[in-house]
Ligand binder design. Sequence first.
Ligand code: KG4
Ligand code: ZN
Length: 334
Amino acid sequence: DKPTYILAIETSCDETSVAIVADGATILSNVVSSQIETHRRFGGVVPEVASRQHVETITWIIEEAIGKAGIQPSELSAIAVTQGPGLVGALLVGLVAAKTLACALDLPLIGVHHIAGHIYSNQLVHELQYPFVSLVVSGGHTELVYVESEGRFRIIGQTRDDAVGEAYDKVARALKLPYPGGPHIDRLAHEAEEGVPLPRAWLEPESYDFSFSGLKSAVLSVLNQANMKGQQLAAQAVAKGFQDSVLDVLVEKALRAVAACGAKQLVLAGGVAANKGLRERLAARCSEIGLPLLAPPLSLCTDNAAMIAAAAFLKWRRGQFSALDIKAEPSLKL
Ligand code: KG4
Ligand code: ZN
């Protein structure tokens, strides 16, 4: 049988990405054009600038992805695209490109939720077993998702303020580290013996929710106080204090959720899943209790279109196609 080739487009934030994946499992191409350099001088993603850059790059990236995959457009089975959540103008560029391809090639269109993409990035490298709990941690999201069966998601905990990656980036900015700061904080945290003491936001005893804005403020206040006393705090100690506080809460709540849901696996996803400290800690705790921990390789943690193709393949198998008039949904529900 001929494989199912899905061409997927991801433009929800600051990466323009196009991938072609066979049978939801084999990546033929996964081209990612990052706008990080463009946004760095602003210290964060500027939505209007992101949209414009997606417009300028999308057609090139589509051509490159098709070229690298070594198949003809006529061999494609479907076109997938991130429908939301994300920046509306950025999503729109991917949607228009995807609809155009679907029309021109007479192929079905499959709208995909960005978080489903992050979760199913694991499907490209692992065998998922239901039910599982996924810890989705990125620049825009911090969610504990119970996945009962294929495509059935229930959010059991989420951030009440900043996303974890956002907190990393803001703390990094206060430490004058380049954008995006997550990887820098992660590296510095490993260089310190001891971290500065910082609070942990456990919230209500039964809650699986998160809060990181108080921690971010605590870091700023520690830095300010040192400044006023004319002291120079080591960035490493601040990074370690911050990372320890974040990881304590993420790891504890994730494991509690696994136990409460009777999950068979813990599935890590999202840009912050690239965090070395988080991976190490979860790996240690999971091996203690004999719980399988799945995490995508670093290249599939941050935004990419292969993960969108992987999630789309599951919808394709179920015949869940989208109409050609679907809209960009900046706050699409999972
Ligand atoms: O998933 P992603 O590419 O985009 C969103 O959907 O948000 O995640 C990007 C986020 C950024 O905030 C970045 O700082 C963070 O992931 N990140 C990290 C690490 N690598 C990337 N945060 C902590 N430690 C890392 N090693
Ligand atoms: Zn993402």
